[in-house]
Design a protein around this ligand. Structure first.
Ligand code: SF4
Ligand code: SF4
Length: 135
């Protein structure tokens, strides 16, 4: 992935918001890849957690917000435990989701799920999904 940075692409407000909501200093990330290496969901993500950290550091809001990575994240905390710089990526992923959810935009629209699918899925999984993916 090529990262192009300029005054036009750096979104300072986005960086400050992620800092504020997550309470994390993701600028400490040294791009070692330990987080991505231990992520059980990585095969379903379009951008690995390591890259999400550098894209967020550089304020590339559009790339981060349009990625499905934060939504796929299972909040398992494996990345945070492995990070040698003590970055709690789980909190950063939550902050990225919140930037969308706080605009009253649902990532998963409950009314669009068919009755058959709802009947097939474990109720606990549905509740968990709605908590994380709806505003
Ligand atoms: S918390 Fe999310 S990003 Fe981190 S290892 Fe688990 S699934 Fe991957
Ligand atoms: S494990 Fe920590 S330092 Fe390494 S790439 Fe991931 S966030 Fe950055």
């Amino acid at each position: 992935m090529t990262i192009e940075i300029s005054d036009k692409t750096y979104d300072e407000e986005f960086v400050k918001k992620v800092e504020e909501i997550s309470g994390e200093n993701f600028h400490k990330c040294m791009q070692c890849g330990m987080c991505s290496g231990g992520c059980p969901m990585i095969e379903y993500m379009d951008i690995p957690p390591r890259r999400i950290m550098i894209l967020t550091h550089f304020g590339l809001k559009d790339k981060v917000i349009s990625s499905k990575t934060a939504w796929i994240c299972a909040t398992c905390n494996a990345c945070s435990v492995r990070c040698p710089r003590g970055v709690e990526l789980t909190k950063v992923m939550e902050a990225i989701r919140q930037l969308t959810l706080r605009k009253n935009i649902n990532y998963v629209e409950p009314s669009a799920i068919s009755e058959e699918t709802i009947a097939d899925l474990p109720q606990i999984a549905l509740v968990s999904c709605f908590r994380k993916h709806t505003s």
